[in-house]
Write a protein that binds this ligand. Structure first.
Ligand code: ADP
Length: 586
């Protein structure tokens, strides 16, 4: 359907109404004016007729028609009207403007007919005699109540018509000027209104295409309503922009939280298709990080049946469930699942949150092992001590030599107990004091090596110290000394008696390597990865023999970690061992 512009609809309809109004005004005024003019003329003619009525009557009665004719001509000139006198037979006996022999019988003239009925006759019609439109007025002439004739006054309507024409011409000119002015005003306002509408439509179009950044301006000729509309639209656009910005911000925040969550989060719709999956979940299920998984069926993305079964259970129970799921690679997850409900409480899908608790479970098992190990390690010397003491107290050991021998064993086991407890304390101190280390001082490494060496008093002649000059690091000197002491202690215990032990410190790949190298029994490769575990010994009886706690290397590793460093071992049976601590250089 063809649509017209608002301007044309407004403009043409208003102009049309204006023209209709003008035509109606013309018709009404024309009729009223013409009626009024003719009525007034009729009255004047009637007054004039009554004035001369008696004179005409007496001249008719006297039968002096020539005098009547002359008198009528004179009087007719004075009043500027045509006067006609007609006898009851219809014969014209006097006329002020036409020779009598030109006039036919006037009995049938409508106004004369009426006058002969005793009334005032009136008629407007074309006069053949005068050859123009004429207004006629006729009155009966009586003598002693007998009708003796009719007096008719007539006048051309030309003057009336032309004066009416003049009036209407002025009216028409005046109206035309008013209409022209109105058309211009209507045109101007229709244009300004449609311009505003066009502006609103273009801005709303802009709103839908580009957003709410552009503002509308109120023009000087805009109406009050348009200006309020523009203001409201601008206000509304501000509000919407504000709301949209808030929503975008919230969405971004949610996205940031969603994607940076350590927990794997997965939402699945009611058709069992993936709706959302975060980075952690992608990592858990070894999926492509950049791929969009929305809309892909769950079973094509996560091939573990356990997850599918859990989803089904959530949908059926419509509740909040918790489950431990072990994946094929032995990773253990605590999974929380809940249904996602729509506004009408209809189920839209389910939300699954995967929490990796493998570490926690490992830690729990380590803790259990540790407690068992500690108990075992403490129990062995304690059993030995109580056994030997029982023998002495029972008196089963008589000789003082044997008693001394037993007491020495008790002392040795006590020292071992002390060593285990001391090492356990150091270990817990290192684990707890990690933060304290951050405030450690930047110190020279060389004096720390020397004081670690000095811990071993008389046995130090085989220990050769080789330290790079001006080697500095941020360290806790006391802890580092303990770590180096443990390595030196092991080298002395498991090394050859007279072979040298090299304690060295140097820069390597931007780190400081502090190493202890011996030429002792060495360790075969299969033990290397477990050497730094608590209570791990390659040869338990040998370690006990030397009074080791089984915690020495574990302490070394934790001290290195506390310095943001790490440890390493190079060793082979019969070829000696090299244990190294690496810490960052300053
Ligand atoms: P322990 O108190 O038993 O010495 P450590 O943690 O210090 O405990 O050492 C763990 C094990 O590593 C020791 O039992 C020993 O078997 C082996 N070990 C450590 N240092 C050396 C070394 N320098 N040479 C050979 N074996 C070593």
């Amino acid at each position: 359907m063809r649509r017209f512009k608002t301007f044309w609809i407004l403009f043409l309809s208003q102009v049309f109404l204006l023209l209709i109004n003008l035509i109606l005004q013309y018709v009404i005024i024309n009729q009223s004016f013409t009626g009024f003019y003719f009525e007034e003329k009729e009255k004047t003619l009637l007054e004039e007729a009554y004035i001369i009525e008696n004179q005409v009557s007496s001249l008719i009665v006297l039968g002096n028609f020539n005098d009547l004719q002359n008198w009528i001509i004179n009087f007719g000139k004075k009043i500027n009207s045509r006067l006609t006198v007609v006898l009851p037979s219809g014969q014209v006996i006097a006329d002020s403007q036409s020779p009598l022999n030109h006039l036919d019988n006037h009995k049938d003239r409508p106004e004369i007919k009426k006058a002969f009925e005793g009334k005032v006759g009136m008629s407007i019609r074309f006069s053949d005699t005068l050859n123009q439109e004429t207004i006629y007025l006729a009155i009966p002439i009586e003598n002693n109540k007998n009708q003796i004739g009719v007096l008719r006054l007539s006048e051309s309507t030309e003057n009336l018509r032309s004066s009416l024409k003049g009036t209407f011409l002025k009216f028409f000119l005046g109206s035309s000027l008013v209409i022209l002015a109105l058309v211009l005003i209507i045109g101007f306002y229709s244009k300004s209104l449609t311009l505003s509408l066009e502006k609103i439509s273009s801005i709303t179009e802009n709103f839908s295409n580009k957003g709410f950044s552009e503002k509308m301006k109120v023009g000087p000729w805009d109406s009050y309503e348009i200006s309020s509309l523009v203001k409201s639209l601008n206000k509304m656009s501000d509000l919407i922009t504000d709301q949209i910005n808030k929503i975008i911000k919230q969405k971004k925040e949610q996205e940031a939280v969603f994607s940076s969550m350590l927990e794997g989060v997965l939402t699945i719709d009611i058709d069992r298709k993936i709706y959302k999956i975060n980075h952690s979940a992608k990592k858990i299920f070894h999926l492509e990080m950049e791929k969009e998984y929305r809309g892909i069926p769950l079973k094509e993305v996560i091939r573990t049946k356990k997850v599918e079964d859990f989803y089904d259970e959530i949908i059926v129970t419509k509740g909040f469930l918790e489950r431990e799921i072990i994946l094929e690679n032995d990773q253990i997850f605590q999974v929380h699942g809940s249904v996602i409900q729509g506004e009408a409480e209809n189920i839209l899908g389910a939300l699954l949150v995967f929490n990796d608790i493998s570490g926690l479970r490992k830690l729990e098992s380590h803790r259990r092992d540790f407690v068992a190990n500690v108990s075992h390690e403490l129990k062995t010397p304690l059993t030995t001590i109580s056994g030997y003491l029982e023998n002495i107290i029972d008196g089963t050991v008589d000789s003082p030599e044997d008693q001394l021998k037993f007491l020495k064993i008790v002392q040795k086991q006590s020292l071992r107990l002390e060593k285990i407890i001391e090492d356990l304390l150091i270990l817990s101190q290192v684990e707890m004091d990690t933060n304290g280390l951050l405030s450690g001082e930047v110190l020279e490494i060389s004096p720390i090596l020397s004081s670690a060496k000095s811990l071993f008093n008389e046995k130090t002649e085989n220990i050769i110290v080789d330290c790079e000059k001006n080697l500095k690091a941020r360290v806790n000197s006391h802890l580092l000394e303990i770590a180096i002491g443990n390595l030196l202690g092991n080298a002395l215990r498991y090394g050859n008696k007279n072979s040298p032990i090299k304690l060295a410190a140097k820069t390597i790949n931007g780190e400081i390597e502090i190493s202890v190298k011996d030429e002792g029994i060495g360790i075969s490769a299969e033990h290397h990865h477990r050497l730094f575990e608590r209570f791990y010994s390659v040869d338990k009886s040998r370690s006990r023999e030397f009074g080791g706690s089984g915690l020495g290397l574990s302490i070394v590793k934790h001290i290195a970690l506390a310095h943001n460093g790490h440890v390493s071992v190079e060793s082979a049976p019969g070829k000696g061992s090299k244990f190294s601590i690496f810490i960052p250089k300053v």
